[in-house]
Design a protein around this ligand. Structure first.
Ligand code: C5P
Length: 397
């Protein structure tokens, strides 16, 4: 599957650079063409000569090499590839990529490319765990950069922990996955997310504490596996996911209309915290506080249940319908009952009692409930919960 594919390999300056010689050999064996670019620091670890010998190609090192510019401008160099791979991706290279710097050939190519970028980080464990690196990793992931590793193990610096570069064959597998478009290629998946706002009058509304973080992470994880994702979101705080079609709505009724308009889909994931009630009648002017001290009585009516509506559709029902159940008591029992009541295939149950810090936080502890049974996952970041859920959806479709 790598036959004839073009890889632009940016080799960073770390001890793991030596593994790139093996990586080039493995890629060449599979018929891929590798164009190597060495940073200045990389040349302290591997020589352009050895890289050229293995790749059978000219090695690029310098942005201001005018001969190269005449032969092939750096823009073209970055675009003719099918995939750009950075290995090893040092803490410094990740920081430059996250910050959008372009002060040498490698970083300029990474800024100029219109292709996907896969990075294989390698660094000391403390450097990997440093908040600055973790911040940069998050930024790059939300920019759509793919990651392989780092692995956990003994490191050249004598420490132990995450920071070892993925092995060449693991990088080859990640390259194959990136180029194949992922297991959800050709699938359309709908994701709802965020709260809804139900107007009380033109200035006030009913809302809830959903940040939209989990729904956003699910949309990104599905897109990362190659799905075409339609993301219908209420007014959420979370940044909008990258690489998906975003439809912004405000109320439950608008969300239902957007969902119906986005069907058909191969799967639908309902992560939105839809307001259960709205005002029974619309008020076009602001409700006034009067001097009598009388408090207005708000007459509410029920909102449409979007998940239930879609799960009960006959023709046109997505083959896999997934709901979320945010509960504070008897989480599993309530969620299992909700799966039956709503008619969805799976339900992702989570405990949102205030002491868990889950609502609005970065982590989630969920139980996946299906017709076959239930499976509790450990407390994980919302991004990791999303990845696991996306992988399960890919298996099911
Ligand atoms: O009934 P409850 O709000 O607990 O159900 C949660 C699940 O139902 C979530 O998947 C949520 O997105 C979905 N839901 C919906 N429309 C509503 C209420 C909930 O799609 N009106």
């Amino acid at each position: 599957m790598l036959q004839g594919r073009k890889i632009l390999l940016v080799i960073g300056g770390g001890i793991a650079a030596y593994k790139c010689l093996d990586l080039i050999r493995r890629l060449a064996e599979r018929g891929a063409g590798v164009t190597p670019v060495l940073t200045r620091a990389a040349q302290e670890f591997v020589t352009p000569l050895s890289v050229a010998a293995l790749s059978g190609r000219k090695v690029y090192t310098d942005l201001f090499d005018l001969t190269d510019e005449a032969e092939m401008g750096h823009i073209q160099l970055s675009r003719e590839a099918d995939l750009v791979v950075v290995a090893p991706a040092t803490a410094d290279l990740l920081a430059k990529m996250a910050g959008g710097q372009a002060n040498d050939l490698a970083t300029t190519l990474l800024m100029a490319t219109d292709k996907r970028v896969l990075v294989a980080p390698a660094m000391n464990v403390r450097m990997w765990e440093h908040p600055a690196t973790q911040r940069n990793v998050k930024t790059l992931q939300s920019d759509g950069v793919l990651f392989t590793g780092p692995n956990e193990g003994d490191m050249a610096c004598g420490e132990f922990g995450p920071g070892r570069m993925s092995e060449p064959l693991e990088i080859v597998a990640a390259i194959e996955a990136a180029l194949s478009g992922g297991p959800l290629k050709g699938k359309h998946i709908l994701v709802t997310s965020g709260p809804t706002h139900e107007p009380i009058d033109p200035v006030r509304y009913i809302a809830n504490r959903s940040s939209g973080a989990q729904g956003t992470a699910v949309a990104e994880a599905l897109a990362g596996l190659g799905a075409r994702v339609t993301f219908v979101t209420g007014p959420a705080d979370a940044d909008r996911p990258v690489g998906v079609d975003v439809i912004e709505v405000e109320t439950a009724r608008e969300m239902l209309a957007a969902v119906e308009g986005a069907l058909p889909a191969d799967a639908a994931v309902f992560a939105a915290a839809v307001a259960d009630w709205r005002m029974a009648s619309e008020t076009s002017s602001k409700i006034k506080k009067d001097s009598s001290g009388r408090v207005p009585e708000l007459e509410l009516t029920e909102n449409p249940d979007i998940l239930k509506t879609v799960a009960h559709m006959g023709r046109g029902r997505p083959p896999l319908v997934v709901g979320f159940a945010a509960e504070t008591d008897d989480v599993i029992a309530n969620a299992a009952a909700k799966r039956e009541r709503k008619g969805c295939d799976w339900i992702v149950a989570n405990d949102v009692s205030p002491e868990t810090g889950i609502m609005g936080g970065d982590e989630n502890a969920v139980t996946l409930i299906t017709a076959e049974g239930q499976e509790s996952w450990p407390r994980l970041s919302k991004v990791e919960v999303a990845r696991r859920l996306a992988a399960r959806i890919a298996e099911a479709l």
